[in-house]
Design a protein around this ligand. Sequence first.
Ligand code: GLU
Length: 302
Amino acid sequence: MRHRTATRHRTAGLATLVAAGALALTACGSDDDDTDTGSDTGSTAGTTAAAGDFPAGSTMAELADAGTITIGTKFDQPLFGLVGPDGVPEGFDVEIAKLIAGELGIPEDGIEWVETISANREPFIESGQVDIVVATYTINDARKEIVSFAGPYYEAGQSILTLATNEDIQGPDDLAGTTVCTVSGSTPEANLLAEFPDTEVVSFGAYSDCLDPLRNGQVDAISTDNVILAGFAADDPTFEVRGEPFTEEPYGIGLALDDTDFRMWINDVLEASFADGSWVEAWEATAGTVLPTPEPPTIDRY
Ligand code: GLU
């Protein structure tokens, strides 16, 4: 089963996004340690890279030679991976993916974006339907049995979204006796089922499927990563994120289980982006329009 809901979205919206992010950064007078003064977006995208720059037979050489890469991301999550009316995915995950493609010498129009929902990320990597997944994808030991992960490139945590008018749910301790919407195959779903026995868990395919049930009172809350919920709350002020994150969700880039060279190379690309300002620039242009700028995490070269 190929779950290709879209093919070859051009990413022409980047300039607008980045301009907006740069403005936001200036306007906020952020004092974060952004040492990237005056670099232009995509400056680290090594569009001069060629297959010969990589070890023969490596995934990097194959992708650079092909000039294309297929990348799984979310299509319904504001700030991280969202396809708008123009059909172009935007968000922090999308920018991280573009950084990696750029270092392979693959331009934005060489990226084939494929929608991955929470439950199909491992199968899509295993079957080769995607080369990598950048999709709010938590690194954990169970998944590491099936795929491998570069990163982390961000650290999120599970949280709760309710209607702003609901005063009864202020944090995870208030979920007993409530009905909570989440997504099949996600770590928040697994955590709710394991740790919240008195909560009724309703699981859909994608987080956006939970929005109308929350609006119309069919569920009391949505639970997933704080940053996904923050994107929904930013889009709709009738929603509010409640309480502090109560799990650790380090986001990794999923790739084939045994491709250690590719994993280590992506780790190098991520570390370079942490150091040269392109990671913080990607953040400020996307999720950073709503969320504070974090310190880059420490890469786990397991
Ligand atoms: N980060 C969690 C996970 O990978 C929740 C977000 C998602 O489902 O994409 O399961």
